[in-house]
Design a protein around this ligand. Structure first.
Ligand code: SAM
Length: 349
């Protein structure tokens, strides 16, 4: 081969001291290599791109009371932060099954944990939606402890190619598993104005649901497809132009967050799968088994609370949390993503 055919690519440089785009943050995307950069970002209360900081770790570990030799399930593996802490408690005796529906992040986390010495003998990693946890029971259950840390991971939000954030240009997708279901851009087109309004109200209590739904439908009527995150963000901005100057930017930001959250809940069927998971929990828990669930918005927390109360009244759970545990003030100030977290727990009879 002629040398001319080999193109020399310069290593991508950091753009300035604070690169904004996900793909420019190459230091943050290699946490093992740039330890100091990562520590500095975390010290400032931020989460490095491509990483997820586990929330309420101490509270969860204190409650689960994991003992060497036990069997556990992490229903939402994510970056593996909680799984790692639970593995440490096992002290190399016992087993954890960790599942996640995200086929992009799962193999990376599996490799990271393997490199830390947690291979298949102690940890089984599987791509699975937690609505199907009963499939695990025959081979691995019943479990002595279970954790579910609901919602999305920082890796999912940060990666513009997945479309979870209104702040960065990307396809309007929002699927946690891109091999199932349909992207948000197609789902939106299937809904009429009333249905979009209903979805925004039901999933996110959006106060401007009617205005946003009308603006989306008016784009479709002009023959415009809404395929990108920034396009949807611009439509919301335009729809909320009537808000007085002094509070417009803040209101638009909140409405964008709520609209993207509502869409995410809808296309990933988040309430339905959580309901199924909660229904199946008692059958996969061992006697005296403990379950902890971390939720991030009122719709999720309500479902968890109702299910725990229901099975407590039925005598299936022996004890449940009376009110949710919140992250400490320290954690809330050092990790903004912890602010909305609520932890509930139950112990099976
Ligand atoms: C908040 S993150 C978990 C972070 C994790 N605890 C850690 O320490 O890195 C939530 C994870 O749950 C996953 N997830 C959401 N819904 C799921 C479902 N129905 N079944 C399985 N995994 C799900 C997401 O893909 C995401 O990776």
């Amino acid at each position: 081969m002629e040398n001319d055919d080999i193109k020399y690519h310069r290593r991508k440089r950091y753009k300035g001291t604070h690169p904004k785009s996900f793909n420019d943050k190459y230091k943050e995307l290699q946490p093992d290599k740039y330890v100091e950069t990562i520590e500095h970002i975390i010290e400032k209360g931020n989460t490095p791109a491509g990483m997820h900081r586990p929330i309420c770790v101490k509270e969860i570990i204190d409650f689960l009371q994991i003992k060497a030799g036990q069997k556990g399930l992490d229903a939402t593996l994510g970056y593996g932060g909680h799984t790692l802490e639970m593995l440490k408690q096992l002290n190399h005796k016992g087993h954890i099954v960790a599942i996640d529906t995200d086929s992009i992040e799962l193999p990376k986390t599996k490799e990271r944990l393997e490199n830390l010495g947690y291979g298949p003998k102690i940890l089984t990693v599987k791509e699975l939606n937690f609505k199907d946890v009963d499939y695990l029971s025959l081979d691995y259950g019943p479990f002595d402890f279970i954790l579910a840390d609901l919602g999305v991971s920082s890796m999912q939000i940060d990666d513009p190619n997945r479309g979870f954030s209104y702040k960065a240009e990307g396809p309007l997708d929002l699927r946690m598993n891109q091999s199932s279901g349909i992207p948000a851009s197609i789902r939106l087109r299937e809904l009429n104005q009333d249905e979009i309004e209903g979805m925004l109200k039901e999933n996110s209590d959006e106060p401007y649901a009617a205005k946003i739904a009308a603006a989306i439908i008016s784009e479709y009527k002009k023959g415009i497809h809404i395929d990108s995150t920034i396009q949807l963000q611009s439509i919301i901005k335009e729809a909320l132009k009537f808000i007085p100057n002094e509070k417009r930017d803040e209101e638009i930001k909140k409405s964008c967050q709520r609209t993207f959250q509502a869409l995410r809940i809808d296309i990933n069927h988040e309430f339905e799968v959580l309901y199924e998971f909660l229904e199946k929990l008692p059958s996969i828990l061992n006697n005296q088994g403990r379950v902890a669930i971390l939720s991030f918005h009122s719709g999720e927390d309500r479902l968890v609370k109702k299910s725990f109360q229901h099975y407590f009244r039925e005598g299936i759970y022996e004890e449940i949390s009376v009110s949710p545990i919140r992250p400490s003030m320290d954690e809330q100030s050092s990790n903004s993503r912890a602010r909305s977290a609520k932890l509930r727990w139950a112990i099976k009879k």
